[in-house]
Ligand binder design. Structure first.
Ligand SMILES: C[S@@+](CC[C@H](N)C(=O)[O-])C[C@H]1O[C@@H](n2cnc3c(N)ncnc32)[C@H](O)[C@@H]1O
Length: 317
């Protein structure tokens, strides 16, 4: 593979004002969730009939000392383990569904792909992008630095032009993105995978409004939401305490508190049409099965297309 072009955070990219917000990278807080998803993808890559094969995921996890006791082999996962079997299967399915979504957008002609809250997503290195595709990765600076260190050690070459944009998505990030070459007059395929749950409602809406401002007709967006937060009963359950201990992060504490916004309605008002699916709509192709009182039942995967002139209001179930 030949490197088509990369911009490492803080090196050849444009100068961005450092956010005053704390940024503990991948070792703590919300950054650590990027490692959690990476480990799920590392496990999936080693399964027969994997939904997605990410050859970089295990390298990211191994590079983080705080994950030394996470299983890297499906044979080491206890059947029924709520984290490394159930949640990991969810992430594997999500990866595959959103891989397919992005590749469909580029098959339809889009050549600009933006990963919001990209974390350790290696799509810029592992998917078969059409020639002329550019993939932008937006995340906080320390997360992108960690990622780049691992990719550099592997001498990894992207399969598209790749641009990394270190930003906090609660701040204004659009100037940093256009400064690295995004052309708002051409369609964009946007992805917010595992991001909005962690943003305050007003930041989620601000991101949606901002990306709309950079989206020519024909642009697409896929994002994940939860229709409700887990109840105090879930938080108090021994299974959750056990997961928190093993992962070294309190996932529920990371979710932004308060009611979630109706982002689909905001997008609809700007001319986007929206399709809402549950993970279980895709589950027949995977090992994901529903369980009674399933926390994943509140998850939705939303895909949208921007048209001109459409003004309908979508209400999420
Ligand atoms: C669950 S991970 C998902 C990563 C990636 N999208 C994936 O699915 O593998 C959430 C990511 O969102 C990023 N993130 C959360 N809040 C952010 C913010 N305010 N600004 C930039 N990135 C943020 C985190 O750093 C982390 O990498």
């Amino acid at each position: 593979m030949t490197a088509l072009g990369t911009t490492s955070p803080g090196t050849t990219g444009p100068a961005h004002p450092a956010s005053a917000r704390p940024d503990p990278g991948v070792e703590a807080g919300v950054g650590r969730t990027a490692l959690l998803v990476a480990n799920a993808r590392a496990l999936e890559a080693r399964r027969s009939e994997a939904l997605a094969v990410d050859p970089f995921a295990a390298h990211f996890v191994r590079a983080s000392p705080g994950c030394a006791d996470w299983p890297d082999d499906p044979a080491r996962v206890v059947p029924g383990d709520p984290v490394w079997e159930r949640l990991a299967t969810y992430f594997a399915l999500r990866t595959r569904v959103l891989d397919d979504h992005l590749l469909a957008a580029t098959a339809a002609g889009t050549r600009q792909v933006v990963l919001l809250g990209a974390g350790l997503d290696s799509r810029a290195h592992r998917l078969p992008w059409p020639a002329g595709t550019t993939v932008w990765e937006l995340d906080r600076p320390e997360v992108l630095r960690f990622k780049q260190r691992v990719l550099d050690r592997l001498d990894a070459a992207p399969t598209a032009h790749r641009r990394t944009v270190p930003v906090d998505l609660r701040d204004d990030w659009t100037g940093a993105l256009t400064a690295t070459g995004l052309d708002p007059s051409r369609p964009v395929a946007w992805l917010a995978e595992g991001l909005f749950l962690y943003l305050p409602a007003e930041s989620e809406l601000a991101v949606a409004t901002a990306l709309d401002g950079l989206s020519a007709p024909g642009s697409t967006l896929a994002y994940e939401i939860k229709t409700g937060l887990e109840s105090p009963t879930v938080r108090a359950a021994p299974v959750y305490a056990d997961a928190r201990e093993r992962l070294g992060v309190d996932l529920l504490a990371l979710f932004a508190p308060g009611p979630r916004p109706n982002t689909a309605a905001t997008l609809a008002a700007h001319g986007w049409t929206t399709t809402v699916r549950t993970p279980f709509d895709h589950a027949p192709a995977s090992r994901l099965r529903t369980e009674p009182h399933d926390a994943l039942a509140a998850n939705r995967w939303v895909t949208c297309v921007k048209h001109t002139g459409a003004r309908t209001v979508v209400r999420l179930p």
